[in-house]
Design a protein around this ligand. Structure first.
Ligand code: SAM
Length: 296
């Protein structure tokens, strides 16, 4: 999602990789951090075959992709953080949940318990969204009640306008999920989207997102991984274009009008989520944040 480059017109490869990582995590982890039991259905035929086979996943993931694999815990951990934040937000009266850049996320199909209390908007580029819907149909997964699809290119249309087309009600308290996206945007575009939430959404609305740490902040032992990942996504047409000093996130958000900020800096996340499984290591390269606007 580059603010400068052309929009991605084919299904997002990074979105599919995120589904692959969630599916593989469930098969491999002794004590999974996140249980996405529909992720395998969201993988295309190649990855479904790989993930389903111990030998092939060992060859591809632990062999060919071994130098990138250490980043993968960031993907399922952000999903867990997101659903933890969502449950808390529902307790505080959130009625709408907007997943921006939803990719192959399966929340609406998995969490009927929470869907009963929410209207969910999944926003993505048309090609990725259509691919996901096709995979759902193929797997016989019905479209959940309370789910609205919003096909939009945020390089061409502001978030607020796109949601308006889908019946979004800005007077109702909303949580925005924005995972796997900010690093593909320039800082002006990030600020613009965050401002549209403080400026146009109901008081008490909030946003959660992950962000890339500045390479200067990243522990030296992890910088090589960060460079390899940046190179990998750039070669797939989805380059990383922004990063933050994690300590600056609260000031950045307060300046835009957020009041309650939970900024999990990259080096705190492992101890927060990985205590049950000593085999898992969180890459201290990507931070997680939830920020709420004042309740009015
Ligand atoms: C790395 S994926 C993350 C997917 C999902 N949030 C997850 O965590 O699995 C980024 C997503 O942003 C979407 N995206 C990229 N550029 C976009 C744009 N200009 N407008 C809307 N969505 C976009 C992609 O199609 C993709 O689904």
């Amino acid at each position: 999602m580059s603010s400068t480059g052309p929009a991605v017109q084919r299904p997002s490869k990074t979105a599919e990789l995120a589904a692959v990582i969630r599916a593989l995590h469930l098969r491999r982890a002794r004590s999974p951090v996140f249980n996405d039991d529909l992720a395998l259905e969201m993988c295309g035929p190649f990855w479904r075959t790989v993930v389903s086979s111990k030998l092939l996943s060992w060859l591809v993931v632990d062999g060919i992709l071994r130098r990138l694999a250490p980043i993968s815990p960031a993907v399922y951990t952000r999903a867990r953080f997101g659903e933890d934040c969502l449950e808390a937000a529902i307790g505080r009266g959130v009625e709408q949940y907007v997943i921006v850049g939803a990719g192959y996320e399966t929340f609406a199909m998995r969490r009927q318990d929470l869907m009963a209390r929410l209207t969910v908007y999944e926003l993505d580029q048309p090609a990725t969204q259509e691919s996901k819907r096709q995979r759902m149909r193929k797997a016989g997964i019905p479209m959940p009640e309370g789910l609205r699809y919003v096909a939009a290119d945020l390089n061409a249309e502001p978030l607020y306008d796109a949601l308006g087309r889908a019946g979004f009600d800005a007077s109702r308290r909303t949580l925005f999920s924005w995972f796997g996206v900010t690093y593909y945007l320039g800082k002006d575009a990030i600020r613009e989207t965050l401002e549209s939430i403080t400026g146009k959404m109901a008081p008490g609305s909030s946003v959660m997102f992950d962000y890339l740490a500045d390479p200067a902040w990243t522990p030296a032992a992890w910088r090589g991984l960060q460079e390899r990942c940046a190179d990998f996504v750039a070669r797939r047409g989805e380059p990383w274009v922004s990063s933050f000093d994690p300590a600056e996130i609260p000031g950045f958000l307060t300046g835009i009008g957020y009041s309650e900020i939970n900024n999990l800096e990259p080096d705190r996340i492992g101890s927060e989520y990985f205590t049950a499984d000593p085999d898992l290591v969180y890459p201290p390269v990507i931070g997680l944040c939830h920020a709420a606007t004042p309740t009015g």
